[in-house]
Design a protein around this ligand. Structure first.
Ligand SMILES: O=C[C@H](O)COP(=O)(O)O
Length: 251
């Protein structure tokens, strides 16, 4: 399982750089503009320059409306700025067809510019609270659009977590559907160390985290701390070892 950490600017990106050995993807975000709030192109560029070259930089394009042209142009902006994972939060899409339309436009805009960039279609575990597409529809939306990964995050950051809205067995179905379509499965949403056991067991490819590695566990007032990133990774590694030891026993 890969660890994706979301700094809100250059200062936290430098904290990520200090903890680079413990993380896999640096995900540029602007949390005060929403759960998948988009940051400025110059911030993405600055962060790309600041983190080790072997760490991919991801950028969120925002909690986007159902406006394929607007979103495609924003996605290209993130790719031009140096991000090689482009994440789109399908906040304003109320049907799978709308999600496919937006994501097809994003895939074309991004891959015409950079064919090796990975496009991530993100939905929301708490979709029922904001009126967007059902979480389990995401793998099919991503696959039909030619994206590379399906993701879930939480739309409303009120302390509730991924598993409060989409329990582990439903997340397992999400991962199964993503893998059946040849996609990566990414999961996030106020994930804590205690969630890493189930996330590992269901075969999650990428776990996205911010609050759990910020001081005080606070994604808004807290700041990303290298020692918390290291501790989070240590628990991921422990769970991976435990799972590896369990698998033969189950066969
Ligand atoms: O993409 C991952 C998100 O930044 C997760 O943030 P969170 O752990 O504070 O919910």
């Amino acid at each position: 399982m890969l660890l994706l950490i979301s700094p809100d600017g250059i200062e936290e990106a430098l904290a990520c750089a200090k903890a680079a050995e413990h993380l896999d993807i640096v995900d540029v975000k602007k949390p005060d503009e929403g759960s998948l709030g988009a940051n400025f192109p110059w911030v993405i560029r600055e962060i790309r320059d600041a983190v080790p070259a072997d760490k991919p930089v991801s950028a969120t394009v925002g909690d986007v409306p159902y406006k394929p042209g607007t979103v495609a142009q924003a996605a290209l902006g993130a790719a031009v700025s140096g991000a090689t994972y482009i994440k789109v939060g399908l906040y304003g899409c109320t049907t799978p067809e709308q999600g496919v339309e937006v994501m097809r436009a994003v895939v074309r805009a991004v891959k015409d510019h950079r064919p090796d960039a990975l496009v991530v279609a993100s939905g929301y575990a708490d979709a029922h609270r904001v009126g967007c597409v059902n979480p389990l529809a995401l793998p099919d939306i991503a696959a039909r659009a030619g994206a590379d990964a399906a993701m879930l995050d939480t739309a409303i950051k009120d302390g509730t977590r991924l598993f409060d809205h989409v329990p582990p067995d439903v997340c397992a179905e999400f991962v199964r559907r993503a893998h059946a379509s040849g996609l990566l499965a990414a999961l996030a949403g106020s994930v804590k160390q205690a969630d890493l056991g189930p996330l590992t067991r269901i075969g999650t490819d990428i776990v996205g985290v911010r609050g759990a590695v910020c001081s005080g566990g606070d994604r808004n007032a807290g700041r990303i701390q290298p020692h918390l990133v290291a501790a989070f990774r240590a628990e991921m590694d422990r769970q991976a070892r435990e799972h590896a030891a369990d698998v033969p026993a189950l066969n």
